[in-house]
Ligand binder design. Structure first.
Ligand code: SAM
Length: 273
């Protein structure tokens, strides 16, 4: 396929698996908790996690006794989850490298299918939804999480401001991020319905990233996703350091507290096959 962005290439995610987990798992875990509370996976139920990343949702579902298959197209992400499974002697999660647009899974074989801020990156988002539906048993439950409208995300605002202050000549990428093709409650509901899901319910929740140390966050943030790696590589080492100082200054000024909390919104969609 042509014209893929860095976040549509498996190796780019695989390379940054640990930094992604360190920077963002505390945030996406909040979405995983919400999905767990809405879907209530039970002992013995089969759960498929698509674009599982470092495994926030999969590990939670397994702890509740479900039989989980954690999948991701990035081998580095899948290896990261497998390491956690081995470290914690968890027996009810399996892992597999799979593209969420073509799951190597039988029709009607799962009770629950989930993709948390995952299928929003797929070149073919619609195929992501039809695959999540295809694998579900009749009446099976599905959850998809996408972002809310991003204009007020603290992290993106601070990032733009800090680069603009530190490196005024730098031209920020103007291309809309791929994940912004699917944002907000209405768009999420429509995608579920187009894929043939029933009883679609969407809620918007807050996602709060609490930073004990903004400096420590910055040090992982700059390589925490393929677009960040591409952005800071274009910016160069010295300018990245300058932008980091501005990021710390702006975040600390904004919040005027030792602990900085960056807010975002996510839309959680629940539906039935
Ligand atoms: C923002 S992370 C979300 C990870 C995890 N679901 C979470 O809640 O933290 C996006 C994930 O989507 C995966 N991904 C992107 N495109 C994919 C595709 N076509 N098939 C499967 N996984 C994909 C990436 O490798 C990455 O792990």
């Amino acid at each position: 396929m042509t014209n893929l962005t860095p976040d549509q290439i498996p190796e780019k995610w695989g390379d940054i698996a640990s930094a992604y987990g360190e920077a963002f798992e505390s945030l996406t875990s909040q979405f995983a908790d919400e999905v767990i509370s809405q879907l209530s996976p039970k002992t013995g139920e089969t759960v498929l996690d698509v674009a599982a990343g470092t495994g926030a949702f999969s590990l939670r579902a397994a702890r509740l006794g479900a039989d989980v298959l954690a999948t991701d197209f990035a081998e580095g992400m899948v290896n990261h989850i497998q390491q956690r499974i081995d470290d914690d002697f968890i027996h009810n999660i399996k892992t597999s490298v799979m593209d969420g647009q073509a799951l190597a899974v039988k029709d009607a074989s799962y009770d629950i299918s989930v993709s948390i801020v995952g299928l929003i990156f797929f070149p073919d988002i619609d195929k992501g939804f039809t695959e999540l539906k295809r694998v579900l048993k009749p009446g099976g439950r599905c959850a998809v999480v996408c972002w809310g409208h991003p204009e007020n995300f603290d992290m993106m605002r601070l990032l733009k401001q800090s680069i603009a202050c530190a490196v005024p000549d730098f031209e920020m990428p103007t291309q809309t991020p791929v994940w912004a093709r699917l944002v907000g409650e209405d768009a999420l509901k429509e995608k579920f319905q187009q894929a043939g899901f029933e009883k679609v319910e969407i809620t918007t929740i807050d996602g709060l990233l609490t930073l004990d140390s903004v400096e420590d966050f910055w040090s992982v943030f700059i390589s925490s996703s393929p677009p960040m790696t591409a952005l800071f590589s274009a910016l160069g080492k010295e300018n990245t350091e300058r932008a980091g100082k501005e990021f710390v200054r702006l975040a600390t000024d904004d919040f005027k507290k030792e602990t900085v909390t960056l807010a975002s919104k996510a839309c959680v969609g629940i539906a039935y096959a």
